[in-house]
Design a protein around this ligand. Structure first.
Ligand code: ADP
Ligand code: MG
Length: 385
């Protein structure tokens, strides 16, 4: 962590020629369970991870915002009075979109000073660990502090989501920003996406001799295009045919009726969401009653549902999950929006290296590119410094 903080400070000074006034950081996230449930007003159970994005912030005397990043060799500049979603493109749409989105939640930016922002991250990009929410959350918290806007973290999560939906154009839900802003060490964040109420659920992984392994397949996804939006539309269609405002109002008991009313594809999309909501509730209950060692079957069932009903997996993710489980993982599933990115495997620490080797070998045998495998720990949410 201190490394990327140093990089943010050094990068800031090199780009802008003065010292930053402060550093803010926010983590990426892994979703333990609850996929594509967030925009259906359902339940999710992500955790903030020990990979973070740091933003160094310096106040200016004019009304200009400049952003630079280790991600791209450019400095992008815009006047605060010209900030609209339409003029934002590429990576600067994330930080600058946040500045714009603050105004959508009551912030008055008419008299605030301009800023210089420099962004450094060790959250892998496009791996399903939400580097996007990490950047949005770090910037949202930083701007809220330096501009003294007084917005709470729940509102800042919505600011990040609005930036991503409108300025970036990716129709994602509220989960990632909530995990990044509300996460805590050794806990998962149980989020009800309808009420936005959250509860921290203890994971106790280290005490139980367990670790959470991320297997980044290296297959890149893009949420602004492709299947993510299509899945979202299928869910909306399913809810509309059932006469509901969202799929949250369906339970497993309603599935027979859904089967009568919906075409096959829409039904399977709906079934994933309904059963996944139930699996999140079950996972929270099992974690509390019996600990993480007992959630393996729920993770496995979640993966099958995404592979067969929601159809958002890819061969690399299926191979990672199957190989990890065969090599002794307690449970495994793809995580994130799908169509690439990463899988997670809950493993006994003693089995860790054996499972990593098995996955590497399986990818080699299938002539897939080598995956990047690493352990993540549940870590604190966005913070100053
Ligand atoms: P994910 O959130 O799964 O990593 P996304 O496609 O949602 O993938 O977000 C990745 C995008 O976020 C990048 O393409 C880039 O535009 C932006 N981004 C991520 N990290 C940085 C960074 N350090 N600096 C600037 N932009 C970043
Ligand atoms: Mg993202």
């Amino acid at each position: 962590m201190s490394d990327i903080r140093d990089d943010a400070r050094t990068g800031f000074t090199a780009a802008f020629g003065h010292e930053p006034d402060g550093l803010w950081s926010a983590p990426g996230r892994v979703n333990l369970i609850g996929e594509h449930t967030d925009y259906n007003e359902g339940f999710v159970l992500p955790l903030a991870i020990d990979r973070r994005t740091v933003v160094a912030v310096g106040l200016r005397e004019d009304r200009v915002i400049r952003v630079a990043s280790d991600f791209a060799d450019e400095v992008v500049e815009i006047g605060l009075d010209e900030l609209t979603p339409e003029v934002l493109t590429g990576w600067p749409a994330y930080p600058l979109g946040v500045a714009w989105a603050l105004t959508e939640f009551g912030a008055d930016l008419s008299a605030v000073p301009g800023l210089d922002l420099f962004i450094v991250s060790d959250v892998p990009v496009g791996a399903g660990l939400s580097s996007s929410a990490a950047i949005e959350s770090a910037v949202a918290l930083g701007l809220n502090d330096v501009w003294q806007l007084g917005l709470d973290r729940r509102t800042l999560a919505r600011v990040g989501q609005r930036a991503e939906n409108v300025a970036v154009g990716a129709p994602t839900g509220i989960m990632d920003q909530s995990a990044s802003l509300l996460g805590a060490a050794d806990h998962a964040v149980f989020l009800d996406c309808r009420t936005l109420e959250t509860e921290l659920v203890p994971l106790g992984l280290a005490e139980a001799g367990l670790a959470l392994l991320v297997i980044d397949t290296g297959v890149k996804h893009s949420h602004a295009t492709g299947g993510y939006g299509e899945r979202r539309e299928a869910c909306e269609r399913g809810a509309a045919v059932m006469g509901l405002s969202s799929l949250r109002d369906l339970t497993v008991d309603d599935l027979a009726r859904a089967g009568d009313l919906l075409d096959d594809v829409t039904f399977r999309r709906v079934r994933h969401v309904v059963t996944e909501n139930q699996r999140v509730l079950d996972t929270v209950a099992v974690l509390r009653a019996d600990g993480a060692e007992a959630i393996g079957e729920l993770l496995d069932a979640s993966h099958r549902s995404m592979r067969d009903d929601f159809e958002i997996s890819v061969p690399e993710l299926d191979l990672a999950v199957e190989t990890a489980v065969q090599a002794g993982a307690i449970g495994a599933r793809m995580t994130g929006g799908g169509f690439g990115g990463a899988a997670i495997a809950l493993v006994r620490i003693d089995d860790l290296s054996r499972i990593q080797v098995a996955v590497d070998n399986a990818f080699g045998e299938h002539a897939f590119g080598q995956p990047d495998t690493f352990v993540v720990t549940a870590s604190e949410g966005a913070a100053r410094n």
